[in-house]
Ligand binder design. Structure first.
Ligand code: TRP
Length: 328
């Protein structure tokens, strides 16, 4: 055993990941693999809370997302890659944590309030949806994680997790570390229309996109609307293309900003140059992904091995929990 600190993070399986998922989460996960003992989880149960009618798509989406993870370079030798629903201990701890949090506290969760507004679910909110953060807390605590890399939007869930950990520890003895959030930068990564890149807005470019697909989405992408003519000076700070330069071709970002502001470079040229850069950036990921896609047995083995390792850790925690509670 190592004495490395433990990380847990997860994503709901939404299918193929896009550049926003990559810069917002995956890239961080890659880095963390060196320093921590990492558990990375496909949160398939969580995807049911808002999309029960699409339960049949979860398995396919899980596979696509795992290919993106492996393609991006998550290393199954170092990190535990697993699927939430395979580890029943999450459900057991969830049930116990449900006793440690009030309904009012969950109703005040800002993420929940926002979703209720966005999804127009009034009157149709499931108990499971309200309890989403409790399940998330179980995901984290069942591995006794010390830190959780998340986007800023998830911080309220982490606060709830810490509260439940504290309450459990007060009642039954110190079992759970209070996990810290590791907040990801580049959380507001722009999509092809300049708004935040998000699958629901239809403005994404997938990590697995072919050079042709990247070109088809990148060339018409949003730029500074004030720059109508080639000779108009631009404002790189409002331009999606410029943010993509900063991310994928940082060595060219300063020059790009200068040439945009002085109208020395036109948007079409600017995009072509970026296109070449991003194609090169994602080429190794695409190749690695394709190799895994062609070998589904290998992917299955990796996930099964990850699930076994996760299960062992979760079972150990639950044995301690039951013992501390004198139950089960
Ligand atoms: N709620 C997270 C999201 O939507 C996904 C998630 C589920 C998660 N369980 C987790 C993230 C545990 C971190 C830790 O992005």
């Amino acid at each position: 055993m190592t004495d490395k600190k433990i990380i847990l993070s997860g994503m709901r399986p939404t299918g193929r990941l896009h550049w926003g998922n990559y810069t917002g989460a995956l890239e961080n996960w890659l880095r963390l693999q060196d320093e921590y003992r990492c558990y990375f989880m496909v949160a398939d149960w969580h995807s049911l809370t808002t999309a029960l009618d699409r339960a049949g798509e979860v398995a396919g989406n899980t596979h696509e997302m795992l290919l993106d993870w492996l393609g991006a370079g998550l290393d199954p030798e170092r990190s535990v890659l697993f699927v939430q629903s395979q580890i029943k201990e999450h459900a057991e701890l969830y049930l116990i944590l449900c006793m440690l949090i009030s309904i009012g506290r969950l109703e005040r969760n800002p993420t929940f309030k926002e979703q209720v507004k966005d999804l127009d679910l009034k009157g149709e909110i499931s108990f499971g949806h309200l309890g989403y953060p409790v399940l998330q807390a179980a995901d984290i605590l069942v591995y006794r994680a010390h830190a959780v890399p998340v986007g800023e939007d998830q911080l309220p869930h982490l606060e709830l997790t810490r509260e439940m950990a504290r309450r459990f520890n007060n009642h039954f003895g110190e079992i759970f570390p209070e996990p810290d959030g590791l907040v990801t930068k580049f959380a507001r990564f722009p999509g092809t229309d300049g708004r935040r890149m998000s699958k629901s807005l239809g403005n994404t470019i997938e990590i697995a996109a072919s050079p042709e697909e990247i070109k088809a989405k990148l060339m018409p992408a949003f730029t500074d609307p004030a720059r109508q003519r080639r000779s108009d000076p631009g404002h790189p700070e409002v331009c999606a293309i410029y943010t993509w330069y900063q991310k994928f071709m940082p060595q060219e970002a300063d020059l790009t900003a200068t040439e945009c502001r002085t109208a020395a470079r036109g948007c079409v040229d600017c995009k072509k140059r970026l296109l070449a850069g991003v194609i090169e950036h994602f080429a190794p990921l695409r190749e690695r992904r394709a190799a895994y896609a062609g070998d589904p047995r290998r992917v299955e083995e990796i996930v099964q091995a990850g699930c076994s390792r996760a299960r062992r850790a979760a079972q150990e925690t639950m044995a301690r929990v039951r013992d501390a509670m004198h139950i089960g």
